[in-house]
Design a protein around this ligand. Structure first.
Ligand SMILES: *Cc1c(COP(=O)(O)O)cnc(C)c1O
Length: 232
């Protein structure tokens, strides 16, 4: 893919974010763009980097580590956004600045224990299940306060907020509703340090921003459609 295409797409998404911020009376630049680069080569990440992008999201550990090695000279902030099994926590704790997809205390504890002391605290978001389907991953809303309390006391972890992937919905109001409930639940805890909301992808970016998103996760709209799924 040529430079122009990735840069143009990045600019287009950023313009959409700025427009949604303005329309929803959000502070300008209160929403950050996470470029989701899973399955895409390091060369594409380098192009996005040259266009000014610094935060990249990856879902598959081995693939991410290989790209990090290739891009070691770049000042990139890496976010892990995929499912986490126990055998991956050690590498995630060492090689990422942010983790969006923690849904169990056991995983948070391992990340805490395995975060090297010479690195800053690991920024952590708890993934919350805000859909009705029992198959969706994430902690249930009813169990969130307890998990927050437990994770908040762990060393080398900086709990920053929550992440959610709702069921896809077409109608704007249906897109907004699940985010609203989670945003309210978190703000009601009166913990001002929990102020990051990883809400929204390409299709529901505007609805997510209307409901308090501070990080939108965008992949194919920047890098093009994914041709294959890598194994975790
Ligand atoms: C892949 C992925 C995205 C981005 O999806 P696109 O369809 O490429 O925009 C966002 N969030 C998570 C958790 C993902 O796994």
């Amino acid at each position: 893919m040529v430079m122009n295409e990735i840069k143009q797409r990045l600019n287009k998404i950023k313009a959409q974010i700025r427009q949604a911020e303005a329309q929803e009376k959000r502070e300008i630049e209160s929403v950050k763009l996470l470029a989701v680069s899973k399955t895409k080569p390091a060369a594409d990440i380098a192009l996005a980097y040259q266009a000014g992008q610094r935060h990249f999201g990856e879902s598959y550990l081995q693939e991410a580590l290989a790209k990090q090695t290739e891009l070691a000279a770049f000042d990139i902030s890496w976010h892990f956004i995929g499912p986490i099994q126990s055998n991956k926590t050690k590498a995630i704790a060492r090689h990422f600045s942010w983790v969006h997809s923690v849904e169990r205390l056991k995983i948070a504890k391992r990340l805490s224990e395995q975060r090297p002391s010479y690195l800053p605290d690991l920024n952590l978001l708890l993934q919350v299940n805000i859909s009705v389907e029992a198959t969706k991953s994430g902690v249930l809303l009813a169990e969130l306060p307890q998990l927050i309390q437990a994770v908040n006391s762990l060393p080398k972890i900086r709990l920053r907020g929550v992440m959610a992937i709702p069921e896809p919905a077409v109608a704007y109001e249906d897109q907004r509703k699940p985010y609203r409930g989670l945003y309210q639940a978190v703000t009601q805890l009166a913990m001002p340090e929990l102020n990051e909301f990883s809400f929204g992808m390409t299709a529901d970016l505007k609805a997510a921003i209307a409901e308090g998103s501070t990080i939108v996760r965008i992949g194919s709209a920047i890098f093009g459609a994914r041709k294959y799924q890598e194994k975790a």
